[in-house]
Design a protein around this ligand. Structure first.
Ligand code: IVH
Length: 707
């Protein structure tokens, strides 16, 4: 071990004080402390993959060192962390040199930093404040860097970034990435050898899907999308690349040479054109979250916009990279030993923080699964205060050795769900308590069970009060019977008053009594009654989905509803009848059989029936042939701008019934974009992509209504 336990404690304490104090007049001892800290934290991050501080905290320390060195240039030593690029070499694969060393990027955090950058670029290039300058703003992907080499139009080598000069060879894994062409026509531009840089990355949606599957299979979870991607790069078996759906964006040409090793330009001397050119050669290049900006003000606006919107992008990004568009100007700006002077990274607000785990609570879900939830000292994280975080299941707690009293590293990635990356073992005092999972249900006290092959402990008491409440919440929700205006807080309130003991009570409410409750009135009670009455006529696919049967989702409910006339007939269905339905597996079949063999459940359905809830297959439950072989079958579609003849919802429903799938963003997955009036950026993006069919509202209607 490079650092002893004492070293770690000492350096952690030093980190805390450096982060909390602001030293104006630094001395060489303080300077040395900063250097030691940076080297230490780089080792934790790059070599061990076990950071003790957040990226943002690391950046703060790094900046402090830079500031002192700028003030006292004579103090700079060649071994200073600012004088080299950091390393991710772990030694599992052979190292290969890059054609050009890959530097880091200078970070910026606010408008003032960006203005400084602009000022410096102008000074270096010799521009006055009024002269025009074009910057390209593009996503700062949070994945794993890859460096690709093509010779005579073929991909011959791929490597990680490594220490910047050489990286680990991962050609086999790059070749397994569908987004990386193994052949590309560079020779058209007289190029015989070219080195490209990019980022291997996994979609956030894919990441959640994979983790969910891993959770169900009882496997350890990936901490975040970046780990899932960088981990896959270093696996010997390249089938992992496919299994994790790793993609790759290319954002830079580091050097292109002709047959005589002379440097060639492939795209009119502009970075933006270079990206376009790479795109036309079959590479995946940043198109969304990318903008050609005229002047630094436009850059600032763009950075601000994406700090707010980054969660809506399906790839994890931790900032925006700003690059001078003109390559000759890039050349003039040059580089320091650490970073190019023609580019800067605008970093979004921190998404990691540390906090203390105070206690663990256990929640009972609608199917009885017990979820441990960590209560932590509230901590601000990328705009929200986090105080409560799911710990998933017992294995998660054990594999991470999380204890009560621990200092934990918390991260919010992708969307709004925060999670615990790790416990900081180094900071333990000995007073921490190991978490012991309960043996009995916290609500009804029945003995918990853990079915074989499952990660969750379950309460299997069908009349467990906590489960009942969760099931009622689900029953009335959008994913269940979709009873308009009937939210979680109503369920909790009515249950507290003793009015809701199971889901059939939803249809027996006393609206007179409700109208007298505080915050209600006869009008809202009446609206609720109407909404409940309406739900009684729902198709049985919705009813099935509203029953909280383990693993039974929307799609399977629909498929089963297509095959059954009367819900209670399911009591007599053998497993084969379920598994005959393509897409339904034996696990769900068993769950269905179990549900319909429990007398309490049958009694419940009978109560629903006598309350007037529809139990028979409706028109809506029957397979609509038009959808399966509709004119838009298998297509993805998106509506943008203001539609004139129908609402957005109506249009989406029409599209769906013609077999199309509505998606929410313009990407290479989109087939059809329907534009209403005042269509804006989505239309532009679609046109830039060139692969999307653009229809007017008129054209759309003719297509779908004609049938
Ligand atoms: S440009 C000389 N562009 O940021 C710098 N880097 O470079 C050339 N990164 O780990 C890199 N997105 O993998 C550049 N659009 C982007 C990027 C990007 C992510 C990463 C890169 C490297 C770090 C610093």
């Amino acid at each position: 071990m490079l650092y002893s336990k004492e070293d770690v404690i000492h350096l952690t304490a030093a980190t805390k004080s450096v982060l909390s104090e602001n030293i104006e007049n630094a001395d060489p001892i303080y300077l040395q402390t900063l250097k030691d800290l940076i080297v230490f934290h780089e080792y934790r991050y790059y070599v061990l993959d076990e950071p003790l501080i957040s990226d943002h905290e690391y950046d703060i320390i790094y900046k402090k060192l830079q500031a002192i060195e700028a003030k006292h240039p004579s103090w700079i030593t060649s071994d200073s962390p600012t004088q080299r690029v950091s390393s991710d070499l772990a030694g599992d694969f052979p190292s290969v040199p890059h054609l050009r060393p890959m530097l880091s990027l200078e970070n910026s955090y606010d408008d003032a930093d960006l203005l400084d950058f602009d000022k410096q670029v102008r000074k270096l290039v010799g521009l006055s404040p009024d002269d025009d300058i074009v910057y390209v703003a593009e996503p700062k992907f949070d994945g794993g860097t890859i460096v690709l080499m093509y010779e005579n139009d073929r991909l011959v080598r791929a490597a990680t970034r490594g220490n910047g000069s050489e990286g680990e060879e991962i050609t086999h894994n790059a070749k397994a990435m569908k987004a990386i062409p193994v052949k590309a026509a560079f020779s058209q531009s007289d190029v015989s050898r070219i080195e490209l840089r990019g980022e291997a990355i996994i979609r956030k949606s894919k990441f959640y899907e994979i983790n969910k599957a891993r959770e169900e299979a009882g496997l350890t979870l990936f901490a975040n999308p970046r780990n899932a991607a960088t981990g896959a790069l270093r696996v010997k078996d390249s089938s992992e690349i496919k299994a994790r759906a790793i993609e790759a964006f290319i954002y830079q040409v580091s050097v292109a040479q002709d047959a005589h090793d002379r440097e060639v330009d492939i795209a009119d001397g502009r970075h933006s054109k270079t990206l376009e050119k790479l795109g036309s050669l079959g590479f995946k290049v940043p198109r969304e979250v990318t903008k050609i900006c005229h002047g630094i003000e436009e850059v600032m606006g763009f950075c601000r916009e994406w700090s707010e919107r980054r969660d809506s992008y399906d790839y994890e990004i931790d900032g925006i990279v700003i690059k001078v568009d003109r390559l000759d100007w890039q050349e003039i700006c040059g580089t320091t030993s650490h970073h190019p002077r023609w580019a800067v990274a605008y970093k979004f607000k921190a998404k990691q923080a540390t906090s203390k785990l105070l206690q663990v609570e256990y929640q009972v879900g609608k199917t009885g699964a017990i979820t441990p939830v960590a209560k932590i000292q509230p901590v601000p994280l990328a705009g929200v205060t986090v105080s409560s975080i799911s710990l998933h299941n017992e294995d998660f707690i054990q594999s991470k050795d999380i204890r009560i009293g621990d200092t934990v590293l918390v991260e919010r990635a992708g969307d709004v769900i925060p999670y615990i990356v790790k416990s900081m073992e180094e900071l333990r005092t000995g007073e921490e308590q190991v978490i012991t999972f309960p043996t009995h249900c916290p609500s009804c006290e029945s003995l918990l069970q853990r079915p074989e092959g499952e990660a969750a402990w379950r309460c299997i008491n069908v009349t467990c009060p906590a489960q009942t409440i969760q099931r009622i919440i689900h029953h009335v929700s959008k994913d269940g019977m979709d009873i308009d205006g009937f939210g979680k807080s109503f369920v909790e309130k009515f249950a507290e008053l003793g009015w809701l003991n199971d889901i059939s009570d939803v249809y027996q409410l006393d609206y007179d009594a409700i109208s007298k409750l505080e915050g209600f009135g006869s009008k809202s009670a009446e609206n609720l009654r109407k909404a409940v009455d309406k739900a009684k006529g729902n198709p049985i696919s919705k009813l099935l989905q509203s029953l909280s049967i383990h693993h039974l989702g929307k799609r399977a409910s629909k498929l089963i509803a297509e095959k059954v006339d009367y819900i209670l007939d399911l009591q007599y269905w053998p497993a084969e009848k379920y598994t005959e339905i393509h897409e339904i597996g034996p696990v769900l079949a068993q769950n269905m059989i179990r549900y319909f063999s429990i007398p309490e459940n049958i009694a419940l359905i009978e109560r629903l029936e006598s309350a007037g809830v529809n139990m028979r297959q409706t028109e809506k439950d029957r397979p609509s042939e038009s959808a399966a072989d509709g004119v838009l079958a298998g297509k993805t579609i998106l509506f943008t701008g203001t539609l004139q003849q129908m609402g957005r919802n109506e249009a989406q429903k029409l599209a769906e019934s013609a077999g199309a799938k509505n998606i929410s963003a313009v990407s290479s997955n989109l087939n059809i974009l329907v534009v209403g009036e005042n269509a804006g950026s989505k239309l532009k993006k679609a046109q830039a992509l060139g692969t999307v069919e653009v229809w007017t509202e008129e054209e759309f209607l003719v297509k779908v209504v004609k049938e």
